[in-house]
Ligand binder design. Sequence first.
Ligand code: ADE
Ligand code: ZN
Length: 322
Amino acid sequence: SPLRTIVQQMPKAELHIHIEGSLEPELIFALAQRNNVSLAYPSVEALRAAYAFTDLQSFLDIYYAGASVLLKEQDFYDMTAAYLQRAAADNVRHAEIFFDPQTHTARGVPMQAVIDGIYRACQDSPVSATLILSFLRHLPEEDAFATLEAALPHRDKFIGIGLDSSERGNPPEKFARVFARCKELGFHLVAHAGEEGPPAYISTALDTLQVERIDHGVRCTDDAALVQRLAREQVALTVCPLSNIKLCVFGDMGQHNLLQLLDAGIMATVNSDDPAYFGGYMNANFEAAFEALPLGLHHAQRLARNSFAASFLPPAQKQAYL
Ligand code: ADE
Ligand code: ZN
């Protein structure tokens, strides 16, 4: 349809992509062979068949297992280059990419290999790309402080700090001190909140962590006053439609609240989260949402505009897209 073509072709920014979640099964097997890492699955097909998730944790277990093949700087480069090539094909002009250093440093991979490999691929790409270092919230705040310390020699290579992994039972306030330190250091701040966790986590991410965007945030609609606040303050939500279906946040795409969020005046964006695991990259996410929900041309234009408006691009670069 004409709308589908417009959605595919419009220039867009991706603001919620975990680079480890872009690791396709074929590349997992190629890197396992290159690095002599043994996998719990005999084939690409068997691994892909295991991608049947019931909730966030069931996904995270297999996502961290997949990342175990990443050992050398070149592995991080190859993964990131593959993502950026795929993003360019979907007319993504700018990407703000999460990476989870603790997933790698805990296995003895040097911080330098992680950051330099990802950063070098970003520099070599025609897509504008910046990095957001994300702390794993299932681990203690002390570990986040140690990760920040280890990353600071590379501070010119990332622009922001995020918070991801197992949400329920790990509220934002667990990371109040390390986020305060990151704010002093001048980093942009974001956090996953209201994916599986309650709307209160969205409020405390804003009030206690002082984040500038909320990753996911879809559970805000359980609290009408919070929806009003997000609209009034124009807090960006980086929504990930296919992720929400695969992790059973909504029963099916027809039940997703993306249209409700937009029509409530919230600055929602569409993103892929972990595209290798959830069935597609940016355009697949747009297409699935536009197919299942009565979204129109003005919603498409709004989503494209929001993606740049909510980005951390410098004002002059941002303005060129608005
Ligand atoms: N890490 C990678 N993807 C994630 C998600 N959707 N939620 C929390 N942590 C994640
Ligand atoms: Zn995410």
